[in-house]
Ligand binder design. Structure first.
Ligand code: AMP
Ligand code: GLY
Length: 424
């Protein structure tokens, strides 16, 4: 099979690494990819939202399946675009159509979906510009802290946790009246604050049956001890020690089954990944968010723990016979440490030469923000590399990944040395 992966981050590097191991693979392409994905396949200089360009490439290179990494092309309807064209209709796209992608593209849609199908989540109400006064009055009746969420995609910045009523009112005003997050905050979900420990569960579905992928925990803050600004993710571990079988059974029964059945009841076809962001509140799972893709850097910890052929599973998704496909997981623990450019998530410089990656022997190095110019691999983004170790114990995996992160060099390199150690 000829496969095209859409995206350019650590997540897509992990997909490329895993799919390159499949005996069913003929040729792998990654659009646009990065300096690392080029080792597993061929990079194609196309933007992830250039649907016409992607279509031409797919037809010219006899692509048999398209795997979409990031949310933007899904929310913008790449899957619908393929279905709408008679010459592309039969080429499977892994990732939901626009209707299903609304689970991530609109927080209000996701909340209504959860309420409709009895999926446990924080209590909430939504407001727009016309109902701003009602929103301000509603805030007066709520406990603090309180969570404000821009309805649409806001590059991971649209969630505000307000600790005073004054701050909450100002922020609601800024989001609705002053378009703080542009069109994304033309509607705002005001949500009850949940206290607990976060983790993520990933599901692969053909719209009918599903496989529950390994759970993971990511570390979002830039600083050690989970301090400082939010980032795209500084590291991850899988499995999650506090998500035992009893908890995961609750997740399946209370969240995964009603989610899949809810999609069916609502007549929303869904072929792809569902990333369920959860809060463990005293042993009970609550959904914080749905994403319609895999997480980054969670994918870098999750995929190394899947022993089965991912391409075979994706074919099951495409053909609608996922339930028949073999699915075996590794009992080992994966730990991922992300190397970032100095200054990230604020301003940072790019174009720094990366060296010593070849000295990493016992971890997998997934590229994220990298590019190759004149034979030199350089930094080209905030998150540069993700280093994943797979070991028998969490302690060994953490030690290995952290030590290997230290072996790589580029000017301004920073990484957290405490990823996962809080879980020991
Ligand atoms: P999101 O952009 O939806 O991933 O939200 C960003 C972060 O805000 C989450 O990872 C949580 O840490 C936090 N968060 C979101 N919703 C809630 C909530 N209802 N209660 C507590 N924290 C939340
Ligand atoms: N690591 C969080 C995300 O991918 O959204």
């Amino acid at each position: 099979m000829n496969i095209l992966i859409i995206g350019s981050g650590g997540r897509e590097s992990a997909f490329a690494w895993k799919i390159a191991q499949s005996p069913q693979l003929t040729q792998l392409y990654i659009a646009p990819g990065n300096a690392g994905t080029g080792r597993y396949g061929q990079n194609v200089p196309l933007k992830v939202t250039d649907f016409d360009g992607i279509a031409d490439f797919v037809l010219q290179h006899s692509i048999d399946m398209v795997l979409v990494g990031p949310e933007e092309p899904l929310v913008k309807g790449i899957h619908d675009y393929f279905l709408d064209r008679t010459d592309l209709r039969d080429i499977p796209v892994i990732g939901p159509q626009r209707a299903g992608a609304q689970l991530e593209g609109s927080k209000d849609f996701a909340k209504q979906f959860m309420v409709r199908h009895g999926v446990p989540t924080a209590a909430s109400r939504s407001f727009d510009k016309a109902t701003l006064a009602d929103g301000l009055a509603y805030l007066e009746t709520q406990k603090l802290p309180i969570v404000l969420k821009a309805d649409g995609l806001a590059a991971g910045k649209g969630v505000l946790i307000c600790t005073t009523l004054d701050e909450a009112k100002k922020e609601l005003q800024a989001m609705l009246a002053d378009a703080k997050f542009g069109e994304a905050s033309s509607k705002v979900v005001i949500e009850e604050y949940l206290t607990g420990i976060e983790l993520s569960v990933f599901v692969l579905t053909d719209g009918d049956s599903y496989k529950i992928l390994p759970a993971a925990k990511d570390y979002k803050r830039i600083g050690e001890g989970d301090t400082g600004l939010n980032t795209g993710g500084m590291g991850s571990v899988s499995p999650v020690p506090f998500a035992d079988n009893e908890f995961l059974d609750k997740v399946e029964e209370r969240i995964i089954v009603p989610t899949i059945n809810g999609l069916k009841k609502d007549g929303i076809p869904y072929k792809g990944f569902i990333f369920i962001g959860l809060m463990n509140v005293g042993g009970d799972p609550y959904v914080i968010e749905y994403n319609v893709r895999m997480g980054d850097p969670e994918t870098e910890s999750v995929l190394p723990r899947i022993d089965s052929d991912l391409l075979d599973l994706l074919q099951g998704v495409a053909k609608g016979d996922l339930f028949e496909r073999s699915f075996t997981l590794s009992p080992k623990t994966a730990a991922t440490v992300v190397l970032v450019s100095g200054g990230y998530p604020g301003n940072f410089e790019s174009g720094k030469a990366i060296s010593n990656v070849e000295n990493v022997k016992d971890s997998i190095v997934f590229h994220a923000g990298t590019k190759e110019e004149n034979g030199v691999v350089q930094t080209a983004g905030g998150r540069v590399l993700a280093v994943t170790a797979l070991e028998d114990t969490l302690f060994d995996a953490l030690q290995q990944a952290t030590a290997d992160a230290g072996r790589i060099y580029f000017e301004g390199k920073y990484f957290r040395k405490d990823i996962g150690f809080d879980l020991l």
